[in-house]
Design a protein around this ligand. Structure first.
Ligand code: ADP
Ligand code: MG
Length: 354
């Protein structure tokens, strides 16, 4: 009876799917697609947990504020390493995003929310995410593992009795998972991702040229010039920074070859996680992968040649998902469409009447 009522309510509530990423948070609404895509950043007063602008300095606004008022303000990425470093700030962020999406269009019934979380987070962290979303106004909260959502978003047959493999390279973490029959069979989550590539670029420029650059600029170098495998046409780029010896601004020209060399360490970390996961796979599922290959998702897989180096290291076919940055969010929206079928298999907030 209550199940039936809940389904009816479902028609009137603005149910949401959330990809709570280490770099970016995306929210999609049933029937509407992705309605929010903002950095997972919160601006707080230095040394406190007080979110600026009455709790509104989150996402794009937090990033904008930072450029303008340095000093007393710190940017926090509460999920930076795929674990929740600060529960209060994570809650403030989640709550802001849910309210921002739900606030559109006036009064509504409280939504059901499907949240994709890194598979490495602990039971306590999972509970904290559920509680935060409830406090932010969710009627019910369902958690799904990020690789499952990524697999669905990439259009893989994860419910079938055959192996699907996903490598989701995010900002703070990379998740490698082999799935079959709607379950994760083998997985590994490592704390290496796009952020570590940015850091490797910063360190290279500091060591080789005594040139100091910030994270945003390092990310720009990675996107414009970065690669994992040799390019048909190698590239160069001019980059400005501060000389660590004279303290003055300086410009240099860098090449794609040297950036590739600098990126070797984080990239081999990712390759090792992939080969380790393959070694642990059930033999039957490993055999399926010869046919099915592996699929790449997450922003980090956009690095040029990432597919090539993974194919070379494993001998498997590698396919980059369409729109890898939105894969997980699109996966959560498929969960939303099928909530009646899936909900009992997901970690969720228990109501007495479910
Ligand atoms: P998360 O799920 O952890 O929030 P995302 O899947 O949103 O992470 O990916 C963000 C990462 O992808 C960042 O490190 C970003 O620099 C990187 N990224 C985005 N576009 C590109 C690109 N074209 N080439 C290389 N890296 C990219
Ligand atoms: Mg992600």
């Amino acid at each position: 009876m209550f199940r039936f009522l809940d389904s009816i309510l479902g028609w009137f509530s603005m149910d949401m799917g959330i990809d709570l990423g280490t770099c970016n948070t995306l929210v999609c609404v049933r029937g509407e697609g992705i309605v929010l895509n903002e950095p997972s950043v919160v601006a707080v007063r230095k040394g406190t947990n007080i979110v600026l602008n009455n709790g509104e300095a989150v996402g794009i606004m937090a990033k904008e504020m930072l450029g303008k008022t340095p000093g007393s303000i710190t940017a926090i990425r509460p999920l930076k390493d795929g674990v929740i470093s600060d529960f209060e700030i994570t809650e403030a962020m989640l709550s802001y995003f849910i309210r921002k999406v739900h606030g559109r269009g006036g009064w509504r019934i409280r939504p059901r929310v499907v949240i994709a979380v890194p598979s490495g987070i602990t039971a306590v962290e999972r509970r904290a995410v559920i509680d935060s979303a409830e406090r932010a106004g969710a009627r019910r909260v369902y958690l799904v593992d990020e690789p499952m959502a990524a697999g669905i978003g990439a259009g893989l047959p994860i419910t079938e009795p055959t192996a699907s493999m996903i490598i989701d390279i995010g900002g703070g973490t990379t998740e490698v998972a082999i799935m079959s029959l709607a379950d994760i069979s083998t997985c590994e989550s490592i704390r290496i991702g796009g952020d570590d590539m940015d850091e490797a670029i910063i360190n290279h420029l500091k060591r080789t040229y005594n040139l100091l650059i910030g994270e945003p600029r390092a990310e720009q170098v990675k996107i414009q010039l970065g690669s994992a495998a040799p390019l048909e046409q190698e590239l160069t780029m001019e980059i400005a920074g501060r000389d660590t010896i004279s303290g003055l601004p300086r410009k240099i020209v860098i090449t794609s070859e040297e950036i590739r060399e600098a990126l070797k360490e984080p990239i081999s970390g990712i390759i090792e996680a992939v080969t380790r996961t393959l070694e642990k796979a059930e033999p039957e599922l490993a055999a399926d992968l010869i046919e099915n290959g592996m699929h790449l998702a997450g922003g980090g897989c956009l690095l040029r040649g990432m597919d090539t180096v993974l194919a070379n290291a494993t001998g498997l076919k590698v396919v980059r998902a369409d729109e890898p940055l939105t894969c997980v969010a699109r996966g959560t929206s498929v969960y939303l469409e099928n909530l009646e079928i899936w909900k009992d298999t997901m970690d969720h907030s228990g109501y007495g009447w479910s």
